[in-house]
Design a protein around this ligand. Structure first.
Ligand SMILES: [Zn+2]
Length: 188
């Protein structure tokens, strides 16, 4: 894997870690999945595909925004809630414990086809914007990330959108959150 990709992720992760409200801190892995994906997993793992880093990497605010959204899911333990009862969750956790990260992330990418519900999404949006903003990133980054993903062809490659469904209400609320934190940053 291109070391500049892991370096980019490490730089952002270090800053987000100063703003996240969970212990132990989320651990971020870069996967070689074919899809544009970022996912949170039970146990505080966040997996981002190298493809996603390449897609958003020119705009660190966008990459930070989407990672912060996953950090918010980690804070709420949403992946575990969602996967409780789903076959394979135990397998995945044991793989990550054994350090088989690539294998684990491939399993995870399959499991993460379960969509989050809209309540969890809206909550993760608000908290994600807070995390990105307190880490010093432009809170609009998540909106840029969503726009960029919506332009991906074929759209089915933009796996994050399928798992984190975007609708008009969510976008309206997200824009509201962004405006609050953008105004906050200007005051500082
Ligand atoms: Zn989400």
């Amino acid at each position: 894997m291109d070391p500049s990709i892991t370096a980019q992720v490490a730089t952002i992760t270090k800053r987000l870690n100063t703003a996240v409200d969970v212990k132990p801190l989320p651990r971020v892995l870069v996967s070689d999945s074919d899809a544009y994906t970022v996912a949170s997993l039970p146990g505080g793992w966040v997996v981002v595909s190298a493809k996603m880093v390449t897609l958003l990497g020119a705009n660190p605010d966008a990459l930070a925004g989407i990672l912060a959204h996953e950090y918010a899911h980690v804070e709420d333990n949403d992946a575990l809630k969602q996967m409780t009862g789903a076959m394979g969750a135990d397998t995945m956790v044991s793989l990550t414990i054994q350090g088989k990260y690539t294998e684990a992330s491939n399993v995870a990418v399959q499991l993460m086809n379960f969509s989050h519900n809209m309540d969890d999404e809206e909550k993760a949006d608000t908290e994600g914007v807070r995390i990105a903003s307190s880490a010093g990133y432009d809170p609009k980054g998540i909106l840029t990330a969503i726009n960029t993903l919506e332009a991906v062809t074929p759209l089915s490659d933009a796996q994050w959108l399928a798992v984190h469904p975007v609708n008009a209400k969510r976008l309206r609320m997200l824009a509201g959150d962004v405006a609050v934190y953008a105004a906050d940053q200007q005051k500082k």
